[in-house]
Design a protein around this ligand. Structure first.
Ligand SMILES: Nc1ncnc2c1ncn2[C@@H]1O[C@H](COP(=O)(O)OP(=O)(O)OP(=O)(O)O)[C@@H](O)[C@H]1O
Length: 622
């Protein structure tokens, strides 16, 4: 991953890396080739059209220089007693050329904007395709996550920068060559003076861009602080607490203080930049004055006509602007280089994502799933989350996982759901190691609902249907699943029924209570026609009656399907066919409720603790 190992990558470090990256010719050539292939693959016809228009634009500019010479010749003729007619041709040609250049410029602007958008779209397609397919394990790696964040944060602006810079570089290179040749044809020495005139601007521009860079590095951290405060001050979730604790004024003052300091720094920075720019332009103007004297001298020597001199001056002004654009574009390509590196590193994850989809499809159903001697350690962690876990789940059973916080229940559920592969041991479906099966088909056979299920800002119907997006939308099935999860009543009563948007973020949207959301999530699992359902604390937000009803009807609702559920409420667990008690990543004991109570081990302790707390008001709940 971009060579960062597992460490957190601070955006500030990135900017410093950006500044310190090699700016060799080779790197520049690689980046130009990389940018060209990105832009080409996003819209080759638009790219070709732009390149052609740029050539046309360059020729039109060179043409203007030549026509200026003819125009000045006609002016000189006029002053020496010639007729006005001689002026008509050059003036008309100049008007046509300038009009055509303006037209070409505006068409280019529109095409460039559209092309930049196509590049952004293509980048998003590639990044999102990889982001939604890579192993979940990648999300445990800070380096991966940082890379993903960087790529997505930049995906909106950097493709535009790459496109503009690339086209800017091509365009100004074309103009520099054509107008430069025209100038050299007038007098070769003028090219040397032109380079000399550009030198002060080049030096001060470099210095200016360094100043700008240092300024933005210095501002990165306070800008992030400001950004965070603005999120807190405007966030929907934070709004309650901001009011309850009266934090608004204090946080606003903090935000404004940061802004004030930023503006003070900005004023100093802008003063420095202006000074540099004035120095650069004065020096350049000085060289221009020398060039003008030189031109006058050439005229006096009879080596140049007045008309040629005028055309040369026009060409020099044009070239100065073009050289500045060329330098700026090259600078921009280097700046975008790290983004392109990030995208490439990210794309390399694509093939490893594909390898997860190799293998036979998982069987439609199973007689027995056996997690055998399973061990698992989260990336970046030293302590295993699971060790030698042995769990058997037979078709049609209801199996419960219990244990204290952090004992490994959710981790085991994720492995059973095919979201992680075990590091040691194996999960076998009727004897077949799931690692040899196409993982996407294993996931299709499981319907898991985790504690932190997603509350999609979609309609109520969509919130149930996300349980099985491949299935053709079926209202009856949606209602049936919601009914089994006890959600049909309140969803039907919403203003637009199942079409109601379940979020206040959108017009006409409604929010649900925590318990209602949990029922919608359970409906999602029931909607999926999977042989195995995994419910991670499905009743945590349900009221006691809701919880009781759900477990009472669980076997009916499952209709022969197998369920693994995790719960801290022992009252809901006791009816399970088998209960596995996890302790620090291992199975401490297992059996039915009666067997485990008779054994008098950890389960019996925890059960008694909870039961006593309900019965004896003097004791606190565990
Ligand atoms: N993403 C992660 N990265 C590193 N360690 C993790 C991660 N998720 C969980 N862990 C660790 O793995 C262990 C098992 O966590 P797990 O979430 O499976 O426990 P749990 O039994 O489901 O807990 P709870 O009852 O609180 O939900 C814990 O020590 C936890 O700190």
């Amino acid at each position: 991953m971009a060579g960062d190992g597992e460490t957190f990558v601070d955006p500030l470090d990135l900017r410093v890396r950006e500044r310190n990256q090699r700016r060799s010719f080779r790197r520049g050539a690689t980046l130009v080739a990389r940018s060209t292939s990105l832009v080409w693959s996003s819209g080759r016809w638009l790219f070709l059209a732009l390149a052609a228009l740029q050539l046309v634009g360059a020729v039109l500019l060179a043409g203007q220089v030549l026509v200026v010479e003819r125009f000045l010749n006609a002016v000189v003729d006029l002053s020496e007693g010639g007729s006005m007619q001689g002026l008509v041709g050059p003036v008309a040609a100049l008007a046509v050329l300038m009009g055509a250049a303006a037209l070409v410029g505006s068409v280019q602007g529109s095409i460039r904007r559209f092309l930049a958008d196509s590049v952004a779209r293509r980048t998003w397609q590639q990044v999102l395709a990889v982001a939604t397919r890579v192993s979940l394990r990648q999300f445990e790696s800070p380096a991966f996550y940082d890379s993903l964040q960087r790529v997505s944060a930049n995906a909106a602006s950097r493709p535009l920068q790459v496109t503009q810079a690339l086209l800017g570089a091509f365009g100004s290179a074309a103009v520099t060559v054509t107008v430069g040749l025209t100038l050299a044809a007038i007098h070769p020495a003028l090219l040397g003076l032109l380079v000399l005139g550009g030198l002060p601007l080049l030096l001060t521009n470099r210095r200016e861009s360094r100043l700008e860079f240092d300024f933005s590095v210095r501002q990165t951290y306070p800008a992030r602080e400001r950004g965070y405060l603005s999120i807190v001050l405007t966030g929907r979730n934070e709004a309650k607490e901001i009011r309850a604790f009266g934090l608004g004024r204090t946080l606003r003052r903090r935000f404004d203080g940061l802004y004030g300091r930023y503006q003070e720094d900005l004023a100093v920075h802008l003063r420095r930049r202006t000074l540099l720019s004035v120095v650069g332009n004065l020096a350049s103007a000085l060289v221009l004055a020398v060039t003008l004297f030189f031109v006058v001298w050439l005229i006096a020597q009879g080596e140049m006509t007045v008309a040629q001199a005028g055309a040369a001056i026009v060409a020099i002004r044009m070239l100065q602007g073009q050289v500045a654009t060329l330098l700026g574009s090259v600078q921009s390509i280097f700046e975008a280089g790290l983004f392109l590196d990030d995208v490439d590193a990210f794309m390399e994850l694509g093939p490893s994502a594909d390898s997860l989809e190799a293998g036979d499809p998982a069987p439609e159903s199973f007689a027995e799933i056996h997690a055998q001697d399973v061990g698992f350690t989260y990336p970046g962690s030293d302590v295993p989350a699971l060790r030698g876990v042995d769990v058997t789940i037979r078709r049609g059973e209801v199996v419960a996982l219990v244990g204290e916080n952090g004992s490994g229940k959710t981790t085991l559920a994720k492995i059973l759901a095919g979201l992680y592969d075990a590091d040691d041991g194996a999960v076998r479906w009727d004897g077949r190691d799931t690692r040899t099966l196409d993982r996407s088909t294993v996931r299709e056979r499981v319907a898991p609902i985790f504690q932190d299920f997603v509350r999609y800002a979609f309609s109520a119907r969509d919130n149930v249907e996300v349980g099985d997006v491949e299935a053709p939308g079926d209202d009856d099935r949606v209602r049936a699943a919601a009914g089994r999860a006890g959600a049909d009543g309140f969803l039907s009563a919403l203003p637009q029924g199942y079409d109601t948007m379940l979020s206040r973020l959108f017009r006409g949207g409604r929010d649900l209570s925590g318990g209602q959301w949990q029922r919608v999530a359970i409906a999602r699992a029931f909607y999926r026609d999977a042989p195995l359902i995994i419910l991670d604390e499905p009743t945590a937000s349900l009221d006691p009656r809701g919880e009781h009803d759900l477990f009472e009807s669980l076997r009916d609702v499952l209709a022969g399907r197998t369920a693994v559920f995790i719960s801290h409420r022992f009252s809901s667990v006791r009816s399970a066919d088998r209960i596995y008690v996890l302790d620090e990543g291992s199975v401490a004991e297992h059996g039915t409720h009666d067997e485990l109570m008779a054994r008098g081990g950890l389960y019996a302790d925890l059960f008694t603790l909870q039961a006593d707390a309900y019965l004896d008001p003097g004791r606190s709940t565990p």
